[in-house]
Ligand binder design. Structure first.
Ligand code: PMP
Length: 456
């Protein structure tokens, strides 16, 4: 029940009855909550009528913008035709069949098979259960450990949070046992004095080899990696990283799973991040861009070899005992089919490729700032890392909250960008125009100048 003194501003109403996740509560207490009513292209509009260019595509996912008429029409048409169904007991919607065919077609695999979830976390979680199921079925039930990397982000369920290589999960008593985190392949930050990038990559590969020897290959179920780490701070791998680690994993029979929740469907300039970084995984995890953010959905896309093994394992006990009520939801599948068409055939992926040089030039220009240590990224995802001292790469003191202040100074000008650690992340919708990209960089530059003048 709401009480008599219930607040009446949107901000206060939000705070009164919503429990916030991944939100800095002191900042919200000071600055309030932006309550969004609708969007226009890459802009969101709040209850006060203020417009913000969302340079993060919502949460990396609204790649076609916030009001794409074709996407809305596809959703409406499917709601009118068949608004909900499941994929259990030998039944599934026609849209589910068609989306699986489409994903098999656009995946880098021959004869892929697809399993659906509601989110990226659940897709990673499901993939881990698939690997546990598979190895147990093949007589190796002890193969349960999961290898990931420090700074990786794979989600928030108990399993996918255990895969995530971020210290904040300690508040939940995570990671669970058996989740092993290797080093983050970020050469600029973690390369040692006098170490070349090739030597750094070799060190990452040597560490993997040593970890497998220490843990025992016959205890490891799989290795998960984002082609470009996203929520860890937009970290592309060091040169040759996947070429160095993939053969080691293959030699030990450890499946390599590419978590393409952010990098899938054009974000890095190709359909898949694994194409951009020239490696072939055993399976792909997809979400976010899969539906252009118009429906919560995730997918596990199994390559042929893994799909065949999973099929045999399931046939042995006559079913794979796993699935979600909304797995393969017909509206989600219809939306995903439309999103793939929009991104691949309406010029959105082309726009990313066409404007990537402009994006890189804008980032490189801002990186000349005395307090930007590095810009990094690929395609339409990038980060600028703030440093107190450029020569020594020394970060600003944490209490200065530099990246949060930069993001707030952007918000004040009508630009949404995301602070991640000491970095500012840009991940704009694929529909961005030249003028909107210039608006993004101009406002960000103003924010950098303002905040660095205050703290430096
Ligand atoms: N994997 C990656 C690479 C992600 O970026 C995310 C979300 N940011 C997830 C998994 C989890 O997806 P979700 O939030 O849909 O559970």
């Amino acid at each position: 029940m709401m009480t008599n003194d219930s607040p009446n501003s949107w901000d206060a109403r939000a705070a009164a009855h919503s429990f916030y996740g991944f939100t800095d509560l002191p900042t919200v207490a000071e600055r309030g909550t932006i309550v969004v009513t609708h969007g226009e292209g890459p802009y969101i509009v709040d209850t006060e009528g203020r417009r913000y260019l969302d340079a993060n595509s919502g949460l990396w996912n609204m790649v076609a913008g916030f009001d794409h008429p074709g996407m809305i029409a596809a959703a409406q048409a499917q709601y009118a035709r068949f608004p909900g169904y499941h994929a259990f007991f030998g039944r599934m919607s026609d849209q589910t069949v068609m989306l699986s065919e489409k994903l098999a077609e656009v995946s880098p695999f021959d004869n892929a098979k697809v399993f659906y979830t509601n989110s990226g976390s659940e897709a990673n979680d499901s993939m881990v259960k698939m690997l546990w199921f598979l190895w147990a079925s093949e007589g190796q039930p002890q193969r349960r450990k999961i290898l990931t990397r420090v700074n990786a982000y794979h989600g928030v369920t108990a399993v996918s949070a255990s895969m995530t290589g971020k210290p904040y999960n300690a508040v939940f008593g995570l990671p669970l046992d058996g989740f092993v985190h290797l080093s983050c392949p970020h050469y600029w930050r973690f390369g040692q004095e006098g170490e070349s990038e090739a030597q750094f990559t070799q060190r990452m590969a040597d560490e993997l080899e040593a970890t497998i020897a220490r843990e025992g290959a016959d205890t490891i179920a799989g290795f998960f990696a984002e082609p470009v780490m996203g929520a860890g701070g937009v970290i592309p791998p060091s040169e040759g990283y996947f070429q160095a680690i993939a053969p080691i994993l293959r030699r030990h029979g450890i499946p390599l799973i590419s978590d393409e929740v952010i990098t899938g469907f054009g974000r890095t300039g190709n359909t898949w991040g694994c194409e951009t970084y020239d490696f072939v995984p055993d399976a792909i995890i997809s979400s976010k861009n899969l539906t252009a953010g118009f429906f919560p959905m995730g997918a596990v896309i199994l390559g042929e070899a893994l799909a065949d093994r999973m099929q045999r394992a399931a046939e042995k006990i006559e079913e794979f005992p796993h699935g979600f009520t909304a797995s393969g939801h017909p509206v989600g599948c219809a939306i995903a089919l439309k999103a793939i068409d929009v991104v691949m055939n309406e010029g959105l992926a082309d726009n990313v490729r066409r404007l990537t040089p402009r994006f890189e030039a804008g980032m490189a220009r801002l990186a000349q700032h005395p307090h930007i240590g590095e810009w990094r990224g690929k395609g339409f995802m990038g980060a600028l890392e703030a440093v107190a001292d450029k020569a020594t790469k020394t970060p600003f003191a944490g209490h200065l909250s530099v990246s949060e202040r930069i993001a707030n100074a952007c918000t004040d000008q009508g630009l949404i960008c995301r602070p991640l650690g000491q970095s500012i992340v840009l991940c704009p919708p694929f529909i961005l125009t030249e003028a909107q990209m210039d608006e993004m960089f101009t406002k960000l530059e103003t924010a950098l100048d303002k905040v660095f003048a205050e703290v430096a």
